[in-house]
Structure formats: C-alpha cells, structure tokens
Design a protein around this ligand. Structure first.
Ligand SMILES: NC(=O)c1ccc[n+]([C@@H]2O[C@H](COP(=O)([O-])OP(=O)(O)OC[C@H]3O[C@@H](n4cnc5c(N)ncnc54)[C@H](OP(=O)(O)O)[C@@H]3O)[C@@H](O)[C@H]2O)c1
Length: 326
C-alpha cells in the first residue's frame, strides 16, 4: 500500500487532505504528517481512534518510504522541500504556486488534463483555486468554438488560510484591523479588489495566475483572459462572474446541455435559483448557474465552488488517486 505524506497538515488545506484520505483507497496506510516547529509534536485525529503526530520538517527528517507527498504549506516550503521528497522517490502534488508555470511540471485538473499524471517520482502542480473552478465550468464550452473570457472573482477569506479566516472572525467580534493579518484592508463589512501583489502593469499576482495557468491547462497559449480578483467577507467558497465572447454564434441550449453533462459540474438550470457560497461550503462539485445569452456570441454564467476542496485538497487527492491507477 502506498504511503502518503502531508506537508502543512495543520492548515486549512491540510485538514481537508486528511479528511479526504480517510475515505480514499490511499488512506489504507495512515499518512505521515509534517509541519513546522509550531505544530510538530501535536497530534491530529485519523480514524478508528488513532491519532497521528505531526513530524517536524527539518534537515534530519526521514523522507524514505513516502510514495506520494501532498504539499500544502507555502511556496517557499515547496521550493525547498518538494525536490527533496521527489529525490527520495516520491511523487509530489503541490498546492503552492512554486512550480505551476515550470514547463517540466504538469499543471493538472483531472477532469481536463488528467492524462498528464504519471506514476513516477517528480512534481505535479495543483492549479490556483479560482482557476480550477473557472476552468471546470468553461472548458466544456470550448466545443461551441473559440472564445475570450472575462472572469471577475468574489473570493472567500479562507483562500488566505487560517490567518484569513481568523481576521474575519476577529473583526466580526469587534476586534479592529490588525497589522500583520494577511489582508491590506479591513474585510468585515468590506471588500477589496486586491489579492496578492500588484505588478508594474497593474495586474495582481492572483489575476496573473488565472491568465497564465488557464492558458497552460487548456493548452491554449493565446487564450484571452481578463480578470478582476476581489476578496469578500465570505468564510468559504469562491464565486466567479464569467462572460465568454465567442468568435461565432454559441447557442444557449447547447451550452446548457454541455454544462449538464460536464464532469465535476452541477448545473442550476433555473436562473432564479443561482448557486451561492454559504450553503455550498464543503461540497465537492463546481456549481454553475445564471447561464444566459447576450446576443448570439456572448454567454454569461455564475460559478461557485469550495476553493479549499475542489480548488485545492480535493483536486490534489483526485490527482493522487489517478497516480494510483497508473
Ligand atoms: N486556502 C485555500 O483556499 C487554498 C487554495 C488553493 C491553494 N492553497 C495553497 O495551499 C497552501 C496551504 O494553504 P492553507 O490555506 O492551508 O494555509 P494555512 O492554513 O496558513 O496553513 C499553512 C500550513 O503550512 C505549514 N507550514 C508553514 N511553514 C512551514 C514550514 N516551514 N515547514 C512545514 N510546514 C509549514 C503550517 O504548519 P505550522 O502550523 O506547523 O506552521 C500549516 O500547516 C498554500 O500554498 C496556499 O497558497 C490554499
């Protein structure tokens, strides 16, 4: 039975990875958990009353025997440690952005390009959370022809990890905006179009990820993608307002039928009952609604998905399960 390791086990993504592995064929052997000195030595529940102790990731850590390493710590941790796990024989599935645009590293959404997963030591990158949710909804519509994309996101605070959730809860409970929290502005009763750093062209790193990663995953280098990424005071689930401008007529009924059949998508056909993030927290599929036409060549839709699950942990475990079948 393969042995799985989770690096960043105590975080928002890590706790979902543990939960998903409990019911996965990859969880027949208990996973090894890794963290920094902050969580090392503490334990997390596994199943059948078993507790798993977090090991510290340090130079003396024994990496032998790990078949699959699920990384959910930070870009810096991945850059240092993913190659070391791979050199020790593991296939690393990395949730950070460290390797996503490396031409030698597959960037995988199983429903779209799962054929890239190979059973060999190395690194596989898990895409940006908003990008995964967007592409699950729009990739099936390529059958209607070529299009350009405008995608504006409404991103939950947990996209910034535990520190993001803590900031919202603290402000809700009357605490002020504290320096050192992951956000540049107060988030309770507010929102801001600023996720990540702003580049010289005025585009943020989060927006840039959506453009570059969409092109790589769809193998569509000149895909036109324009995004504005907005942080909103929602705990969990990102939402995306999408406008697709086709080069030729794109019939609404055909789009609806493609979305009804799309893998990993739940299509809400009734426009008066759009998916909303609150009740959809902890669900696995991506939910698509408000599909409508604006003329013959423009389709608009609304996308909601749990960014910690399909946008991170679930997508990573699905990649690992594909790895197992190779
Ligand atoms: N949250 C999301 O919606 C989401 C979606 C897609 C991708 N991601 C990516 O997934 C990764 C984890 O995100 P998260 O939201 O789970 O963050 P988080 O809640 O802040 O958790 C971070 C985890 O990283 C561990 N860690 C930090 N420094 C470490 C070190 N030096 N060595 C080993 N472990 C270390 C922490 O363990 P200690 O407590 O021991 O420090 C903690 O378990 C990030 O790269 C993030 O960009 C997150």
């Amino acid at each position: 039975m393969p042995t799985v390791a989770i690096v960043g086990a105590s975080g928002c993504v890590g706790e979902e990875l543990i939960d998903l592995l409990r019911s996965s064929p990859l969880g027949e052997t208990p996973p090894r958990l890794f963290g920094s000195s902050r969580s090392a030595g503490s334990s997390l529940p596994w199943k059948d009353g078993v507790e798993l102790v977090i090991e510290e990731l340090h130079d003396g850590a024994d990496l032998a025997g790990v078949d699959v390493a699920l990384f959910s710590a930070s870009g810096a941790v991945s850059r240092e440690w993913a190659p070391r796990f791979a050199a020790a024989g593991a296939t690393v599935i990395d949730n950070s952005s460290a390797f996503r645009l490396d031409p030698a590293v597959p960037l995988v959404v199983p429903e779209i390009n799962g054929d890239l997963v190979k059973r060999e030591p190395g690194i596989i990158a898990n895409p940006n959370c908003s990008t995964i949710l967007l592409l699950l909804a729009i990739a099936p519509l390529r059958r209607l022809g070529s299009f350009g994309v405008v995608a504006d996101t409404y991103q939950a605070v947990s996209g910034a990890g535990r520190a993001g959730l803590d900031a919202l809860v603290r402000e809700r409970e009357g605490g002020g905006f504290e320096a050192g929290n992951p956000f540049p502005f107060p988030i309770e009763g507010n929102l801001f179009p600023l996720i990540g750093d702003v580049g010289e062209d005025g585009v943020t790193t989060e927006e840039r990820k959506m453009v570059d990663e969409s092109r790589k995953i769809l193998d569509w280098p000149d895909l036109r993608v324009h995004t504005t990424c907005v942080r909103v005071p929602v705990e969990r689930c990102h939402s995306i307002a999408v406008t697709l401008s086709f080069d030729a007529p794109a019939p609404l009924e055909e789009a609806a039928s493609l979305l009804r059949e799309a893998a990993g998508v739940v299509f809400a056909a009734d426009p008066s009952e759009p998916p909303t993030p609150g009740p959809l927290a902890r669900t696995h599929p991506v939910h698509v609604g408000r599909l409508r036409a604006a003329g013959e060549r423009v389709l608009q839709l609304w996308v909601v998905g749990d960014q910690i699950l399909k946008g991170a942990a679930l997508n990573a475990v699905q990649i690992a399960e594909l790895w197992r079948t190779r």
